[in-house]
Design a protein around this ligand. Structure first.
Ligand SMILES: Cc1cc2nc3c(=O)[nH]c(=O)nc-3n(C[C@H](O)[C@H](O)[C@H](O)COP(=O)(O)O)c2cc1C
Length: 179
């Protein structure tokens, strides 16, 4: 699939057939995550993959945003020491963008492989962290539910290009490139 086409046709998929996904396929998705860009190449992430049905059920009971039972879930965690600005001792807010890039790589790779995926930000952080046995240096950021799509949803309405994109300055429509 051509990249632009993949970007434009990706949808959040929230209904799955119940069929499993192979370990090799999951490895491709996670390799895409690992290949994401990050500020200073700090790679402030850890990914935890769940495929065990019993554990997926337990996870879903802690994640109201997970609509259907997926074949697998990837938990994206922020690695706090890697995300922290040493001199200040604070988390660099840019590190969240690094996780966003990893998320998008997983979503696009899933789409390219004809899988369905949906980010899930609505979850019980303490409960899921305990289920995943997260050490204190990892903060759970996002879940991604993945499975064989059971539906092909229509594209949701996106804000108009002209409302969110400006050229040269806020409110600018570009005008002549030579002027
Ligand atoms: C950070 C983040 C959190 C999200 N959390 C949820 C969620 O908890 N449940 C859900 O069904 N969709 C969730 N979504 C999916 C959005 O609802 C979806 O991306 C949006 O409606 C646009 O649809 P599209 O992905 O098909 O373009 C989340 C998306 C993002 C980026």
């Amino acid at each position: 699939m051509e990249t632009i086409n993949a970007i434009m046709t990706r949808r959040s998929i929230r209904a799955f057939t119940g069929d499993p996904i192979s370990k090799d396929t999951l490895d491709v998705l996670l390799s895409a995550a690992v290949a994401a860009p990050s500020g200073g190449n700090r790679q402030p992430w850890t990914f935890i993959v769940l495929c065990n049905q019993k554990r997926l059920k337990a996870l879903r009971s802690l994640a109201p945003g997970m609509i259907d039972m997926p074949a697998a879930v990837v938990a994206l965690c922020l690695d706090i020491p890697r995300a922290t600005i040493k001199e200040k001792g604070d988390i660099d807010e840019m590190a969240w963008l690094d996780l966003g890039a990893a998320m998008q790589n997983i979503l696009l790779a899933a789409h390219d492989l004809n899988l369905g995926a949906c980010p899930v930000g609505s979850f019980h952080e303490q409960g899921v962290s305990a289920l995943l046995n997260l050490p204190p240096h990892l903060k759970l950021a996002l879940l991604i539910a993945i499975g064989i799509p059971a539906i092909k949803p229509a594209a949701p309405i996106k804000r108009p290009f002209e409302e969110v994109v400006f050229f040269e300055e806020y409110g600018g429509n570009g005008g002549s490139r030579d002027a």
